[in-house]
Design a protein around this ligand. Structure first.
Ligand code: SF4
Ligand code: SF4
Length: 272
């Protein structure tokens, strides 16, 4: 059984996979697998882009997105949709003519309507290539190797630490994501008296279960906590010779730039 494994840490948002899909399917008739994809309006492979955080602490997430080749495909409402023995899900272009309900049944929004041909269309993992012993064209064209395709047993280690997009119980997608960025908390420390960023401050993040993670501010005074889940957090900042800072009850529902913290110097003048 085939799977796609997508490493988001390797994806640079070049859209090469999206273009590769167009290259393979626009103007090419791969019957009995697929009729040609329209030049515009269809994204059988699509690179979603999400901006996280607030200026100047901003990260952009790229998420290649396509049909999830579900083991329990909600689109399989008639015999025009087939779950192949290798795990790929195919729509028969002849049997599916006029069946808008197939497109509407997909909870992932992965099926597109071809107005000209009057058929629903989507990624089938380049089944015409897979049956010829090749790999999907998007995977072949990804220069960073963010996209992988192959037998499930060969990706056991990756699958064990992957996440999936599951909008509805029971779909059982066969697309696995590695290094999904999640949310972040960032900030910076400085001292306005000396007009300097403060490197080496110890910054501790504690979540609502009491679990704590510690990082050091870098040479720009910046600190980052990444791959966080939504929740309530506390941040404590400490640096020898400077007053500390505690920020309580941080409600994280989107990535957050806490801002820049001015840590005053501790007055070490001896009392006489
Ligand atoms: S081709 Fe590879 S690196 Fe480029 S957007 Fe697609 S998955 Fe990301
Ligand atoms: S993602 Fe949508 S189109 Fe693809 S197999 Fe699942 S339900 Fe069907």
């Amino acid at each position: 059984m085939k799977v796609f494994v997508i490493d988001q840490a390797r994806c640079n948002g070049c859209h090469g996979c999206q273009l590769a899909c167009k290259d393979e399917h626009c103007g090419n008739d791969w019957m009995p697998y697929q009729k040609p994809q329209p030049e515009t309006g269809h994204f059988w492979m699509k690179v979603n882009q999400t901006t996280h955080g607030q200026v100047p602490k901003v990260k952009i997430e790229y998420q290649p997105y396509m049909c999830m080749q579900c083991d329990n495909p909600k689109c399989a409402i008639c015999d025009a949709v087939t779950k192949r023995p290798d795990g790929l899900v195919a729509i028969d272009p002849i049997k599916a003519e006029g069946r808008r309900d197939i497109m509407e049944a997909c909870p992932y929004g992965a099926i597109y309507w071809n107005e000209e041909l009057n058929i629903p269309q989507k990624c089938d993992g380049c089944a015409h290539l897979v049956d010829a012993g090749e790999i999907p064209h998007c995977v072949d064209m990804c220069v960073t190797e963010a996209l992988k395709f192959g037998d499930e047993e060969d990706f056991a280690e990756e699958i064990a630490r992957a996440t999936q997009i599951i909008p509805e119980d029971g779909c059982r997608p066969r697309v696995y994501y590695l290094n999904a960025p999640g949310l972040f908390i960032g900030g910076a420390v400085f001292n306005s008296e000396i007009d300097e960023c403060l490197e080496g401050a110890t910054v501790t993040l504690t979540d609502q279960t009491g679990a704590a993670t510690t990082v050091q501010s870098d040479d720009w005074g910046d600190f980052w906590f990444r791959h966080l889940v939504p929740g309530t957090y506390k941040v404590e900042i400490a640096l020898d010779g400077y007053e500390g800072k505690v920020i309580e009850d941080i409600v994280l529902d989107k990535s957050l730039n806490l801002g820049d913290f001015d840590l005053p110097k501790v007055d070490t003048t001896p009392l006489i």
